[in-house]
Design a protein around this ligand. Structure first.
Ligand code: G3I
Length: 327
């Protein structure tokens, strides 16, 4: 019989999956059996919850919360302040000009407090700010309307608004390419600043969009050590292990090769050994999907190109990676 993934791991950390309105139905049995934490793939982002000023659309998010309550699942809130999937109205006046700093701060505060107060007690932690660190070069923060209009302290403000809205919620900063040594140091610099200024932040989300070749286990370990040195909780928040590396744009496969599955199994095995080793600081491991029948990677970086990144195949059956991780 197939053991429950989260029951095997519950003495270490939560096991989570990102869900959307389709997979919440199509993967229902798998989610109930193997995961004790859920994240909305898109339904709790700014554009999904407040598509127009003052017009809040909570149905999809409420459905996820109802499912989580019924099946006693933890819920990670994703995400309140991000440069992506945020409606244009947030940054513009009626005449199309950019709003000023105070107006944008007011709109940020209204969004954060309305959303977090609604889900107070239902959502135990939030990715308050997502992906603000510039990927390339010396610049610390990526260019965005948040930085341009408010300035660099928009990050401090987001966490302060979040803490005032729900003082019991654990507040996270979340980012990708988090194991790249240079980006890791930039994330550390930014978070150290928040901690030094007494900004209420409780955790760091490592998205872990990895593949069967990179990043090296050594870089992942070094990054975990660096983030752990901040004294905050760590969550693995969006894990998938693509069978293609960044440069591989081939589109001819209709199934993963045996060699790909073998490498993927070895990668999952070594990654979960590492997570178990650091389970005093890693308190949640969430996959960015439940099984290979749906992944955002089918459209990234090559639109329409199938990928098979998870522990369960397209029929929700355990792959060799699952058995290795269970061992
Ligand atoms: O909702 C519209 C729909 O009305 C329209 O018909 C359709 C056709 O284009 O697009 C739909 O919006 C799509 C949206 O997902 C909801 O399905 C967008 O095109 C599509 O770009 C968007 O992709 C999401 C992506 O974030 C956008 O940035 C992925 O599903 C989601 O998995 C991905 O998740 C992000 C995390 O939030 C942050 N970390 C990176 C991760 C991967 O990019």
């Amino acid at each position: 019989d197939v053991p429950s993934l989260y029951e095997v791991y519950q003495q270490h950390f939560h096991i989570g999956a990102a869900v959307n309105p389709v997979t919440l139905k199509s993967q229902k049995e798998l989610l109930i059996k193997h995961f004790n934490s859920l994240t909305a793939e898109n339904e709790m982002k700014f554009e999904s919850l407040q598509p127009e000023e003052g017009v809040f659309t909570f149905d999809n998010a409420d459905n996820l919360i109802a499912f989580a309550k019924q099946h006693e699942k933890n819920v990670r809130g994703h995400t309140l302040v991000w440069h992506n999937q945020t409606p244009d109205w947030v940054f513009t006046n009626k005449d199309g000009s950019l709003v000023d700093r105070d107006t944008l701060l007011e709109r940020m505060k209204t969004h954060i407090s309305t959303v977090m107060e609604r889900y107070k007690g239902d959502i135990y932690c939030w990715d308050v700010v997502n992906e603000v660190i510039a990927d390339k070069g010396q610049q610390l923060l990526r260019d965005s309307k948040w930085t341009e209009i408010i300035g660099e302290d928009f990050i401090d403000k987001a966490f302060e608004f979040a803490h005032n809205a729900d003082p019991n919620a654990a507040l996270f900063y979340n980012d990708y390419n988090e194991s790249d040594p240079l980006k890791c140091e930039k994330i550390i610099t930014m978070i150290k600043g928040l901690v030094d200024r007494g900004v209420p932040i409780h955790g760091v989300g490592l998205q872990a969009h990895w593949n069967i070749y990179s990043p090296t286990l050594d870089n992942i370990r070094k990054a975990i050590e660096r983030y752990a040195s901040l004294g905050l909780q760590l969550h693995i928040t969006e894990m998938d292990v693509s069978v293609f590396d960044h440069e591989d744009k081939r589109t001819d496969l209709i199934a993963p090769t045996e060699e790909m599955l073998q490498r993927q199994t070895e990668r999952y095995d070594s990654m979960f050994q590492l997570f178990r080793e650091y389970s005093d600081v890693i308190t949640s491991v969430t996959f960015w999907g439940g099984a290979d029948d749906y992944t955002w990677l089918n459209d990234f970086p090559v639109r329409g190109r199938k990928n098979w990144p998870f522990l369960f195949n397209e029929n929700h059956q355990p792959k060799s990676s699952f058995w290795k991780v269970i061992d």
